[in-house]
Design a protein around this ligand. Structure first.
Ligand code: ADP
Ligand code: 5GP
Length: 216
């Protein structure tokens, strides 16, 4: 191959404006105990330009959780007031508590040119799809119902009653897998975390998301 062969840059390549990519929302759903929070912390440590959308909830704070980092913990009255004021992109009752995605969180991240990561239930996932049809919807599955139960017990954050409710809801949630784009089985955590990160990298490079800077 000569110096002027196919490896050299042509003038039209050199003149091409730099491309950037439209930002998008990434939704993680799956039964309680499937490992969604474990994915969130891993993903935020990777160079994926992701910002986590902190939800509001009426659920009591768990000992290791921080206000404003994991959730905004608010009363039912406050939740209802903010829902009526249109502050949520979506909200739902999950396992007997209210959870909602704050419009301010999602808008601020997208405006700052970041991708937004949401850890929300299947009802929320369906609703977000209607607002952000170009989002990426990932469902996290446990290897088995037995391992899901064992993980919920080992996590030690829920009473037996709450574990029971979460397991009952798990089957119903898994029936909505077909509405998602990707299914990741969380057996080996590190391997599954890599898979989720790869999905986001690939999705961010989709031709349909390319916006050519400087193009008229
Ligand atoms: P979720 O956010 O979906 O409710 P968590 O991320 O809290 O789930 O995970 C539930 C529990 O299972 C946690 O104690 C977590 O450390 C543990 N866990 C997550 N993934 C795995 C895995 N692949 N193998 C073993 N334990 C796991
Ligand atoms: P947890 O109480 O274990 O943190 O969360 C319980 C469930 O609520 C999980 O399925 C989680 O994804 C979901 N969830 C958390 N935040 C939101 C939200 O803003 N909206 C909806 N619809 N679900 C949420």
């Amino acid at each position: 191959m000569s110096a002027s062969g196919s490896r050299s840059r042509t003038s039209s390549e050199a003149d091409r404006p730099a491309a950037e990519y439209h930002r998008f929302v990434v939704v993680l759903s799956g039964p309680s105990g499937a490992g969604k929070s474990s994915f969130v912390s891993d993903l935020l440590g990777r160079p994926l330009d992701l910002v986590y959308s902190v939800s509001a909830t009426t659920r009591p704070r768990r000992p290791h959780e921080e206000e404003g980092r994991d959730y905004f913990f608010i009363s039912r009255d406050e939740f209802r007031r903010r829902a009526a004021a249109g502050e949520f992109v979506e909200w739902a009752e999950v396992h007997g508590e209210l959870y909602g995605t704050l419009r301010s969180q999602v808008d601020a991240a997208l405006r700052a040119g970041k991708n937004v990561l949401l850890d929300i239930d299947v009802q929320g996932g369906r609703s977000v799809r209607t607002h952000y049809p170009d989002g990426v919807f990932i469902f996290v599955l446990p290897p088995s119902m037995e391992s899901l139960e064992a993980r919920l017990r080992k996590r030690g954050t829920d009473s037996e009653d709450r574990i029971h409710v979460r397991l009952q809801n798990a089957r119903r949630e898994m029936e909505m897998l077909g509405e998602y784009d990707y299914a990741v089985v969380n057996d080996d955590l590190a391997a599954a975390q890599k898979q989720v990160a790869s999905i986001i990298v690939s999705e961010s490079l989709r031709v349909a998301r390319r916006a050519v800077r400087g193009a008229t």
